[in-house]
Design a protein around this ligand. Structure first.
Ligand SMILES: Cc1cc2nc3c(=O)[nH]c(=O)nc-3n(C[C@H](O)[C@H](O)[C@H](O)COP(=O)(O)OP(=O)(O)OC[C@H]3O[C@@H](n4cnc5c(N)ncnc54)[C@H](O)[C@@H]3O)c2cc1C
Length: 255
């Protein structure tokens, strides 16, 4: 894949619908298998926590590949877009993004999405449930909460990961828990756990959801579930079976 073509922006068009050339300004690791990539675009548009962007790569022959990636950054991180990209060995786009160097360019369009959104203006407790890289948009919500909200509403972040090194943003989550006593982060490790691990060691099930939801007081929570399709469907089915109101559940499937 080559660097992108030109941005065809016209001043009158909604910036969110235009392909812009984005430049990688820094990168790091959100977890062992997820790179954190921070881009700058010529015309930055503030996103809402939970929204995503489309990425487009164009090869020398003109072949194009397009994928969606959620914003990990809070809208308050002005001027930049941070993504969290999981490496998929035989993937078309994610390995390319992993190999991008500082100064490298891709095309980006967005922000996109109007349903899987949470802002601190919304009332009530908050439950975030993420499987694998599904943690990415939930982190945008949590970062936004941290930067804007003084409500001390109960927040639970339930994370399902194969192993501890696949838990995204682990150190930052520990810091946030230290700053917000109302935030509980609960991790379940499905494949591999350290010998001294005292947390959950299985897939998210009804019993786990009951125990986790018991931490939330002060009314029915808004619940956001994100991850692979099977994960999202199983968790939302269990939640509804446990009595959660379907209209308070929002889901995002990564495919
Ligand atoms: C709204 C939305 C938001 C998203 N947000 C994120 C995000 O924040 N972070 C993130 O990491 N992902 C996110 N995704 C998923 C992302 O869009 C891509 O689907 C993902 O990165 C895989 O793209 P890829 O091109 O690397 O893999 P693809 O080429 O699409 O391949 C997908 C899978 O198929 C396998 N595969 C491909 N070709 C073959 C083959 N010939 N034989 C066998 N197996 C093969 C690959 O190994 C891989 O596992 C999101 C998706 C959606 C819809």
């Amino acid at each position: 894949m080559e660097t992108p073509g030109k941005n065809n922006a016209t001043p009158s068009t909604d910036l969110r619908r235009l392909w812009q050339a984005a430049t990688l300004v820094r990168f790091g690791f959100a977890a062992g298998n997820v790179k954190s990539l921070v881009f700058k675009v010529p015309e930055w548009v503030k996103h809402l926590p939970g929204q995503h962007y489309d990425i487009r790569l164009t090869s020398a022959t003109g072949y194009q590949a397009e994928r969606s990636y959620s914003a990990a950054s809070a809208p308050e991180s002005e001027g930049v877009i941070e993504l969290g990209v999981e490496f998929l060995e035989k993937g078309e786009v994610s390995p390319y993004l992993w190999n991008l160097k500082e100064g490298g360019k891709i095309e980006i369009r967005g922000p996109i999405g109007g349903h899987f959104i949470w802002t601190s203006e919304m009332p009530g407790p908050l439950v975030l449930i993420g499987g694998g890289s599904g943690m990415v948009p939930l982190m945008s919500m949590l970062r936004h909460y941290h930067l804007t909200d003084t409500s001390r509403r109960p927040i639970v972040f339930l994370i399902s990961a194969r192993s501890l090194d696949r838990v995204l943003y682990k150190e930052e989550l520990e810091e946030l828990m230290g700053k917000h006593p109302n935030l509980s982060v609960v991790i379940t490790l499905t494949d591999e756990a350290p010998s001294d691990w005292v947390g959950y060691k299985r897939r998210v099930d009804s019993e786990m959801l009951q125990e986790v939801l018991a931490k939330v007081s002060g009314g029915m929570p808004m619940t956001y579930i994100c991850g692979p399709t099977g994960f999202v469907e199983a968790v939302s089915r269990n939640l509804v079976a446990e009595g959660a109101a379907p209209h308070l559940i929002r889901t995002e499937r990564f495919g």
